[in-house]
Design a protein around this ligand. Structure first.
Ligand SMILES: Cc1cc2nc3c(=O)[nH]c(=O)nc-3n(C[C@H](O)[C@H](O)[C@H](O)COP(=O)(O)OP(=O)(O)OC[C@H]3O[C@@H](n4cnc5c(N)ncnc54)[C@H](O)[C@@H]3O)c2cc1C
Length: 468
């Protein structure tokens, strides 16, 4: 079999690249390892909110660029971030031209473009017939109506490289192995979060103690293939994720929602010694990353008071409010009249916790929003003063890895030298360099998938025309 462009992975990035390639006159073959027509992938499980750095996709690019820079800071994720700002409006227009339907989700800016119909706010996974599932099915139909191929139950395993150029893919289907020749290959396999060996190498000393907060289909095949072909890898230590109640390992209803981030970001997270070890004000994605770095990531606990539990934790906006949704779904909220008793219930040092809370409260009262309370004051710290005091044992949920194959603005995979590897592209969560960095910048996984998918297809089409 041969084609001018082979795309690995049928998530939103892969389906975007395949449809755009077909629109541009190429003859794409899209390979998907899942065998069910409604194969699982992160795109299908997503909440369906399209934003860039929590900005409306139709905001002025300059305004979005400022928001992107605020997320990425001066880390390595800055170079490609502006592509998101420049391209998100076009990505939205393209999706609508493919039949995507959106609704406005509420007053918060980042919820302006939600794939319709939205998932209801509530606990657990709820994907069937929701906006992202509907969009994936629509893009699959569009591809088939364009006369192009989606091959299910095919797992890409190796790239064929000739004279430094990627010219094909070796794939497995059942017990059969086959080589597909290709003018270009796009890797869009969704990252490496489900590959414990890679996760241990790059993200966490104990990856089995992180909860897979997604489809867990990103097994790092694309990353390993690209690395074998000489690709540079970037930003490998960061992932997109959230804090979840620790019982989420056993209780399905507790993942991927509700997330504990909103409480944690306004309160404190402590370790076994009862001490803080991260800056809660940096938000949930950052906190999940810091927890993952602990030798034992299952030792983090969020501590707060009754005012928080019956105040912001009961706020019924996005994400699904914790109180009472979390408890109703089986989550544990420990409560005690004083901090010593709470520490005993949680199993952390009572002395340590009391000292930590005293120092934290003093800093909050003094209005000092810098260390040791916050280095970023995005989330206003709340006093821990109103009994009963409360605690939620948490775990870090990993949705997708933010690092991956280094790409340029056209989604071309880069070699160690920084030059593009001829014939090789990466898109969506397989690509690295847009998100991550020291602040664990999250710019929006769905929008990233569409933009990088579009650009990969367009650059590959340009390359084919030049060659022809
Ligand atoms: C619960 C949840 C909520 C989310 N909510 C949002 C949200 O509201 N907004 C947002 O922007 N982002 C959200 N995300 C993140 C978003 O879903 C992802 O960033 C995005 O879908 C990534 O798309 P992708 O195409 O790169 O990867 P995926 O959707 O993961 O697709 C990759 C595909 O590649 C296939 N594959 C893997 N290896 C191979 C191989 N070797 N050969 C062939 N096929 C292979 C997989 O089976 C999979 O189908 C959410 C994710 C989850 C899990």
């Amino acid at each position: 079999m041969s084609s001018d462009i082979v795309i690995i992975g049928g998530g939103l990035a892969g389906l975007t690249a395949a449809n755009r390639a077909a629109e541009l006159g190429l003859n794409p073959i899209l390979l998907e390892q899942g065998s069910d027509p409604q194969y699982f992938c992160n795109s299908r499980f997503a909440g369906g909110i399209l934003h860039v750095a929590f900005k409306d996709l139709t905001a002025a690019p300059e305004e979005i660029t400022v928001a992107v820079q605020a997320q990425t800071g001066d880390g390595e994720a800055t170079a490609l971030g502006p592509v998101m700002a420049e391209e998100c409006g076009r990505a939205l227009t393209w999706l609508r031209s493919e039949g995507a339907k959106f609704i406005k989700g509420g007053s918060l800016e980042f919820m302006r473009w939600i794939l319709a119909p939205p998932r209801p706010r509530g606990a657990g996974l709820d994907w069937k017939g929701r906006g992202p599932d509907v969009l994936l099915r629509k893009l699959t139909t569009n591809l088939s109506e364009r006369g192009k191929t989606l091959r299910l139950d095919v797992r890409a395993r190796e790239l064929v490289v000739e004279d430094g150029r990627v010219t094909g893919v070796v794939v497995e289907s059942g017990s059969a192995t086959e080589t597909i020749s290709a003018g270009a290959v796009v890797i869009s396999d969704g990252g490496f979060q489900a590959n414990m060996e890679l996760m241990r190498r790059y993200v966490s000393p104990a990856p089995e103690k992180l909860l897979q907060r997604g489809a867990a289909t990103g097994n790092g095949d694309g990353l390993l293939m690209a690395e074998g072909a000489g690709a540079k890898l970037v930003g490998m230590d960061r992932f997109y994720g959230h804090l979840l109640g620790r019982e989420a390992f056993d209780i399905e209803k507790l993942w991927p929602y509700p997330i504990v981030d909103p409480i944690a970001a306004h309160s404190i997270v402590v370790d076994k010694a009862g001490q803080r070890f991260l800056d809660e004000g940096m938000g949930g994605v950052y906190m999940a990353n810091e927890i993952a770095k602990l030798n034992d990531p299952l030792t983090a606990t969020v501590v707060f008071d009754d005012a928080v539990w019956n105040g912001l934790a009961a706020d019924n906006r996005y994400p699904p409010c914790m109180n009472p949704v979390f408890v109703n779904a089986g989550g544990t909220v420990l409560a005690a009249p004083d901090l010593v008793t709470l520490a005993q219930k949680v199993g952390v040092s009572a002395e340590g916790l009391s000292a930590t809370v005293a120092a934290y409260n003093a800093a909050v009262e003094s209005g000092d929003t810098h260390a040791p309370v916050r280095t970023v004051s995005k989330f206003r710290p709340q006093l821990i003063a109103t009994p009963p005091f409360r605690a939620i044992p948490v775990c870090a949920g990993i949705t997708y890895t933010m690092g991956g194959i280094a790409i340029d603005r056209d989604s071309r995979a880069q070699a160690q030298s920084g030059d593009a590897i001829p014939g090789l592209y990466a898109a969506g969560s397989a690509s690295g360099g847009m998100e991550g960095g020291s602040r664990a910048a999250y710019l929006g996984g769905l929008t990233k998938a569409v933009i990088t998918g579009l650009r990969a297809a367009e650059a590959a089409a340009g390359e084919t025309q030049e060659a022809g």
